[in-house]
Design a protein around this ligand. Structure first.
Ligand SMILES: [Ca+2]
Ligand SMILES: [Ca+2]
Length: 175
């Protein structure tokens, strides 16, 4: 079933957060959009626009500043129904601190894209988003990570602490 409303408009999701992590749903406009913080500073529903990241009607972004730690963002879409074809898919456009373009402003970004952006549809079902401290690399612990999610025209954020190697925090978005 197509999502109601215009593409990039209303998409609803039930959001489950990891224990002890609160979601910031209300947006507080703080002026211009700032890059590399995974926060929708200007409250237009898009995270870090104009900062070299690609966006989509669904987008997940993490930022962890100049920490040396290797933090990973893993996005698992719902399984596809047999016999159906889904042209929308999740893509990653930044992988820090590996990419030379990170310059001490660590960020990872995963977005939903479609060959036809006007018809891009959110996945139907559970999308599992995992933040994982792959390797602290002598960074002070815990590693402070800002998590941002764009779901249709709304953006959400959460501050997440990763305490040790292999520490994982899981968000589930049911769309
Ligand atoms: Ca914005
Ligand atoms: Ca921002």
């Amino acid at each position: 079933m197509p999502a109601e409303g215009p593409a990039g408009g209303e998409v609803t999701a039930l959001i489950e957060t990891p224990p002890g992590v609160a979601l910031v749903a209300a947006c507080v406009p703080s002026g211009a959009e700032l890059c590399f913080n995974a926060i929708d500073d200007n409250c237009n529903g898009v995270i870090d626009e104009g900062c070299g990241l690609t966006t989509g009607i669904v987008q997940f972004t993490i930022a962890w500043g100049d920490s040396k730690a290797d933090v990973n963002l893993d996005v698992r879409p719902p399984p596809r129904m047999p016999g159906t074809q889904d042209s929308s898919d999740f893509h990653r456009d930044k992988d820090c601190p590996r990419d030379p373009s990170c310059y001490g402003q660590n960020e990872e970004n995963v977005f939903l894209s479609s060959p036809d952006p006007v018809r891009a549809e959110p996945p139907h079902g559970r999308v599992t988003v995992t933040l994982d401290l792959g390797d602290p690399k002598d960074a002070p612990l815990p590693v402070h990570v800002r998590f941002g999610a764009r779901i249709g025209s709304k953006s959400y954020g959460a501050d997440v602490l990763l305490n040790k190697r292999g520490d994982k925090k899981v968000f589930i978005f049911t769309m």
